[in-house]
Design a protein around this ligand. Structure first.
Ligand code: AMP
Length: 223
């Protein structure tokens, strides 16, 4: 099964994605996480990408597109859940061309919809557990508030992504996401149009509310 996952930063996409990954045994391919691995490893690609990421800008397509397509090929043979890509129309079209060229099916396109203000509040409060990035911790959401400053799931140390704490960078990431002419929502709607032509299935989920409720809605929508 191959799934494409859209949602603004802060919509719970990572958490819901982890659930789908487990249920369907998919390779969870997150473009932002691949960039962070490169930055952590001090690779050339990481050095090139870092300044863009720190500002909240998109990393140029010449870097991003081959990186994601290669990862899909090397890790996604048994099915993938792609998260964070595509983020603009060029990426959307390129991915669709590659899917068709490879003779793959795109089983679902999931969009987690969330108003911009709610997404911003969630992202500024998000904390990452050093043991597992998918442990949900957010200082602004009572249901998943850290416990004594530590991960509520495992007690691990928490940190925040520097680009999550920079409000200007968050605003810029959301400008790109909510742009429905050439940004990420435009890319999502490109796939919604393909679904209307019967070429994939598009599921829109309301991302407001508790994580467990969103999870139930999502699982119920998948056949
Ligand atoms: P994320 O973890 O998805 O929030 O991504 C973190 C950052 O990585 C983004 O703000 C971008 O700078 C960069 N990035 C991730 N995915 C893409 C993409 N598909 N195209 C361009 N830049 C990306």
């Amino acid at each position: 099964m191959n799934i494409l996952f859209f949602g603004p930063n802060g919509s719970g996409k990572g958490t819901q994605g982890a659930l789908l990954k487990e249920k369907y045994h998919l390779a969870h391919i997150e473009s932002g996480a691949i960039f962070r691995e490169h930055i952590g490893g001090g690779t050339d690609l990481g050095k090139k990408a870092k300044a863009y990421i720190d500002r909240g800008d998109l990393v140029p397509d010449e870097i991003t597109i081959p990186m994601v397509l290669e990862t899909l090929q090397s890790k996604g043979a048994k099915g993938w859940l792609l998260d964070g890509f595509p983020r603009n129309m060029i990426q959307a079209q390129k991915l669709w061309d590659e899917i068709q060229k490879a003779g793959l099916t795109l089983d679902y396109v999931v969009e987690i919809a969330l108003p911009r203000e709610s997404a911003k509040k969630r992202i500024l409060g998000r904390r990452l557990c050093k043991n597992d990035n998918n442990h949900p911790n957010n200082v602004h959401i009572p249901a998943i508030r850290p416990v004594d400053g530590k991960c509520r799931v495992c007690g691990g140390e928490l940190s925040a992504r520097s680009d999550d704490l920079d409000e200007q960078a968050v605003n810029k990431r959301h400008d790109i996401y909510y742009d429905d002419e050439d940004g990420t929502l435009a890319a999502a709607h490109f796939y919604r149009d393909l679904a209307r032509q019967g070429k994939t299935r598009y599921i829109e989920i309301d991302g407001a509310g508790e994580i467990s409720a969103i999870k139930e809605k999502l699982l119920a929508a998948l056949i």
